[in-house]
Design a protein around this ligand. Structure first.
Ligand code: CTP
Ligand code: MG
Length: 163
């Protein structure tokens, strides 16, 4: 599996993770509840609408692009697992940030850029066995791509921060 196949493989996760920036809002996933440390479980940045719309768009758009670009490994199950895994990983990252007393929206380098990727990779392992070189490539390249898209979203006025 070459670099372009690895990127095509992970695409549903990227789409799933990016979607809530546009679609998010409404009821927070932690229902405004606090953890034993007195801070929010996940915080205001994780909403049910963002969560489900992310899974939906990652799965549907991912499958569509896989179809168009004739990705060999395309399967509905894999697209769902990558999208769901991305959003679960994203929530896990927020959980960790809140425990470290980092406010919602404040940066935690590497966790912000890799939480969704690691979630997607772990979930996808249920149905596929990604070569280690592909995993390493994605772990290295994803923070770079993530930062690039965030700067773009910031310039387009979709985000208030560039990171
Ligand atoms: N978002 C959402 N629901 C999710 C994930 C994201 O509504 N499950 C939306 C929120 O509006 C969030 C934005 O997408 O502010 C960007 O996501 P992210 O950077 O992951 O959240 P942060 O606001 O930075 O919060 P955190 O500090 O918890 O990472
Ligand atoms: Mg953020």
């Amino acid at each position: 599996m070459g670099p372009s196949d690895a990127l095509l493989f992970i695409l549903p996760a990227y789409i799933a993770n990016a979607t809530p920036v546009v679609t998010g809002g409404g009821k927070p996933m932690d229902f405004e509840m606090t953890f034993i440390d007195g801070r929010r479980i996940l915080g205001k940045g994780k909403t049910w609408r963002g969560f489900f719309s992310g899974i939906l768009s990652g799965t549907i758009l991912g499958l569509l692009i896989w179809e168009l670009l004739e990705f060999e490994e395309k399967s509905i199950t894999l697209a769902i697992l990558l999208s769901l895994g991305a959003l679960v990983g994203d929530c896990t990252g927020s959980f960790i940030k809140r425990r470290l007393n980092i406010e919602r929206g404040r940066p935690l380098p590497l966790v912000d850029q890799l939480d969704f990727l690691l979630g997607a990779l772990v979930f996808s392992e249920i149905v596929t066995d990604l070569p280690i070189e592909a995993i390493i490539f994605l772990v290295v390249i994803t923070p770079v791509i993530h930062l690039g898209f965030n700067v773009l979203a910031y310039l387009l006025g979709l985000k208030n921060t560039w990171y």
